[in-house]
Design a protein around this ligand. Structure first.
Ligand SMILES: *[C@@H]1O[C@H](CO)[C@@H](O)[C@H](O)[C@H]1NC(C)=O
Ligand SMILES: *[C@@H]1O[C@H](CO)[C@@H](O)[C@H](O)[C@H]1NC(C)=O
Length: 293
């Protein structure tokens, strides 16, 4: 009786298209192969570990990590670690000051720039150039909400917003600045080619359409398709020399299991199992053992 119950849980599969939440990933510690390990941003050092400084040996301890007292610890960058304006401007929390130093970003109006476009890189997309000129330099200011439609410069358009959550974006085919509003699927994109995300959608006959597995014509690219918001993926599988929608995860081979699910499923005991379900099964089994065992 107990065995039958386990069997039912372990072989449960959803019927229909196989859709996985993008956040669902196998745990680093459960992965046995380097390629799989690195493909979901875990860290490989003879075994698969979480990509954290504390797991790294001295030779791999750099960048956001630092070797100190025989161990690898997190390194927190300070703005004054950046000695050039270019590297400083790339950090949203820092800004290149009038004293030619990289300092922590405080407010837009502190920055005087030679090229008004430089204001866009100060802060977290929050500054723009004002018309105030001091000693031949433009003073930056907090971004003001504008009606996208009145903007005629591509660069100003791409860096402007109409309200706190509606940004402007340039549409090349009509030379217009438009608000990115209500675009949450390939079909909503309509004829705005730049907004047609090439992973989720295909551009066909001057309109944006949701991608289907059949749009992949070689085995190598036939894996999965994200939705427009990139929150989920639907799985494809190469069968009968075609890329087709996967209806049941049992149809994935050992090679396809991990990579076609973007690391959401894993090959365990001769089957392709959802790591999420696998984890829940272990918990379920433990509970059953405790109560029935
Ligand atoms: C503005 O955004 C559009 C759409 O993404 C892009 O094609 C264009 O190159 C951008 N222009 C500038 C100046 O950044
Ligand atoms: C492309 O669009 C035109 C006009 O909307 C339509 O007549 C034609 O059938 C479409 N072609 C394809 C391949 O969908």
């Amino acid at each position: 009786m107990k065995q039958i119950f386990f069997f039912c849980i372990l072989t449960y599969q959803a019927i229909g298209q196989v859709i996985i939440e993008s956040s669902q990933k196998c745990l680093c510690v459960d992965i046995q192969e380097q390629v799989q390990c690195e493909s979901i941003n875990c860290y490989w050092d003879e075994k698969c570990l979480e990509n954290k400084c504390e797991n790294k040996k001295q030779a791999k301890c750099f960048g956001e990590c630092q070797w100190s007292n025989g161990q690898c610890i997190n390194y927190n960058f300070n703005c004054n670690d950046y000695s050039t304006q270019k590297s400083c401007d790339q950090q949203s929390t820092c800004g290149w000051s009038t004293q030619e130093k990289c300092l922590k970003f405080e407010k837009c109006s502190e920055y005087l720039v030679t090229d008004p476009n430089l204001c866009y890189s100060k802060g977290t997309e929050q500054c723009e150039a004002s018309t105030t000129i001091i000693n031949g330099k433009y003073q930056c200011r907090d971004k003001v909400n504008v009606d996208c439609g009145i903007i005629t410069s591509q660069n100003i358009c791409n860096n402007s917003k109409q309200s706190s959550n509606i940004k402007c974006r340039w549409k090349q085919s009509t030379d217009q600045c438009l608000a990115i509003n209500d675009i949450n699927s390939c079909e909503n994109v309509k004829d705005w080619q730049e907004m047609c995300d090439t992973n989720a959608c295909v551009w066909l006959n001057n309109t944006c359409k949701t991608r289907e597995c059949s749009s992949f014509t070689i085995q190598k690219t036939c894996k999965y398709i994200p939705n427009y918001a990139q929150t989920q993926i639907s799985i494809c599988v190469w069968t009968e020399d075609k890329c087709q929608t996967l209806l049941n995860s049992n149809e994935l081979s050992q090679d396809q299991c991990f990579q076609n699910t973007k690391g959401g499923y894993m090959w365990i005991n001769d089957g392709c199992v959802s790591c999420h379900a696998y984890f829940l099964n272990i918990i379920t089994m433990l509970i059953i053992f405790i109560f029935l065992g």
